[in-house]
Design a protein around this ligand. Structure first.
Ligand code: LLP
Length: 440
């Protein structure tokens, strides 16, 4: 297993942020998500530095969908990032955490009337408008309130990034955004002329997720910059901000070869400057929205090994006390992960095993055929790089409680999300049935 951030080995024990994983499991129970706070901060700082936030006035907006407890809102605010939210729930979390509303980008392809009203009432900085329906709703609400709302238009630029099919969003056949090729964007721009309460300040595109190639981003930059020029020429609107979305890929297993944050940022900025120079426009404020690349490698999950089922000449199933409820990514995207036994690092005896979850589903497999140190029931197993789209996609399937999340830093720990109890699980349920009226 690759060591990330502040993971270290002492003897045969794995430590994160100066804290022994075995002790973490003993003190807080399993399954347990562990967040390496310094690594999250380091990733934020690299983005802020290499995306030239200070020098060029660019912006980095953390994509909250990756992992958004209130703790993250606070941390992101301290690190001076903006925040991308996609639902009333995410917006509410940010609001309750005291995140500055003017630094919020509100995304989503089907914001409800309630969500739009909530965003406008709370004073969200930017609505990333996805469709005509939303445009109408924002105008109507702002007219009532006598307010002006700044917006970006979400564009479907028609770029196919090399990634898993389910998470491709830049191509024309997409539920997101206004397409360029079929004239949707032009229609929206025309419509805008009649709207007095909406100010178009930017354009946005997101070309997919877990992308390793820089090339698609450079194409995206070219398309977007040319669009800025065209919008000015055809509609007289000055686009001040260009948001290139998120999607930068990270290491999960040996087959992943991610580029650095620095490489991505520098290449994007260089290309934007070159293209703008060539087509004769001023370089707009650039915005990016990384989610996974800020938190994925900073998160790990600790499990206790339970049943070990050895089917001779077939496979050995090692079952842990979590699974698809705390990490749906292997079942949903066939995503790969690395694992280790936290107090047997460096052990020679290696077995090939399949790590299974405890859900009542054959597909609840966390890692298929992985090599691991001599494994026994009661061992603490760690899966690395579960910080993004783990807790945020967790469910209560089979009525399994959500694990706790703790942050570690310099040998200190802090619970950032409490473990769910069985009581929490039934909290919203009513203990009763409909009383049937029996007619005789
Ligand atoms: N901006 C927009 C508009 C997005 O839709 C997304 C992700 C991001 C930014 C952040 O992308 P990131 O840097 O995290 O790749 N559940 C899937 C990923 C879905 C991503 C959806 N949108 C997974 O677990 O792989």
């Amino acid at each position: 297993m690759k060591l990330h951030g502040n993971m270290s080995i002492q003897g045969s024990n794995l430590y994160i942020g100066g804290y022994s994983c075995l002790e973490l499991a003993q003190n807080y129970g399993t399954p347990l998500y562990v967040v390496d706070e310094d690594l999250v901060r380091q990733n934020c700082r690299e983005y802020m530095k290499y995306f030239k936030v200070k020098e060029n006035n660019n912006r980095v907006a953390y994509a909250g969908k990756a992992f958004l407890p209130m703790y993250m809102c606070k941390l992101i605010d301290e690190e001076k990032l903006y925040l991308d939210v996609v639902s009333g729930g995410e917006l509410y979390t940010a609001y309750k955490a005291g995140f500055p509303m003017e630094k919020i980008l509100f995304h989503g392809n089907n914001k409800t009337i309630d969500e739009i009203e909530m965003g406008i009432n709370l004073g969200v900085g930017i609505f990333v408008v996805d469709n005509y329906y939303e445009l109408d709703l924002i105008e109507r609400k702002c007219r009532e309130e006598n307010k002006t709302q700044e917006i970006y238009f979400r564009i479907t630029p028609g770029i196919e990034a090399h990634t898993h099919d389910y998470i491709k969003t830049g191509q024309i056949d997409s539920k997101f955004g206004f397409a360029l090729v079929n004239g949707d964007l032009n229609n929206a721009l025309e419509k805008l002329q009649n709207y007095k309460h909406i100010e178009l300040v930017g354009i946005h595109a997101h070309i997919g997720s877990q992308i390793f190639d820089i090339e698609p981003y450079l194409d995206e930059v070219d398309i977007m910059m040319n669009l800025v020029k065209k919008i000015k020429e055809s509609f007289g609107i000055s686009i001040k901000e260009v948001d290139l979305g998120g999607g930068i890929g990270v290491y999960y297993t040996k087959k992943d070869k991610p580029r650095t944050i620095k490489d991505f940022c520098e290449a994007i900025i260089k290309r934007a400057e070159r293209t703008c120079h060539e087509i004769g426009i001023k370089v707009p404020t650039l915005v990016i929205e990384p989610g996974r690349s800020i938190v994925a490698n900073a998160g790990s999950t600790l499990y206790t090994v339970g049943s070990i089922k050895d089917i001779k000449n077939v496979r050995t199933y090692v079952s842990v006390d979590g699974g698809m409820t705390d990490n749906i990514r292997p079942s949903l995207y066939q995503a790969g992960y690395e694992c280790a036994i936290v107090n047997k690092i460096g052990y020679d005896k290696i077995n090939q095993v399949t790590v299974a979850g405890k859900c009542c589903e054959s597909g609840d497999i966390l890692i298929t055929d992985t090599n691991i140190m001599d494994i026994q029931s009661g061992d603490i197993l760690i899966t690395a790089s579960t910080g993004a789209y783990g807790y945020s996609m967790a469910s209560n399937y089979n009525k399994i409680p959500k694990p706790a999340v703790i942050a570690v830093k310099d040998g200190n720990t802090k619970i950032i999300c409490k473990r769910q109890s069985y009581e929490d699980i039934i909290e919203l349920e009513v203990n009763g049935v409909l009383e049937l009226e029996l007619n005789d």
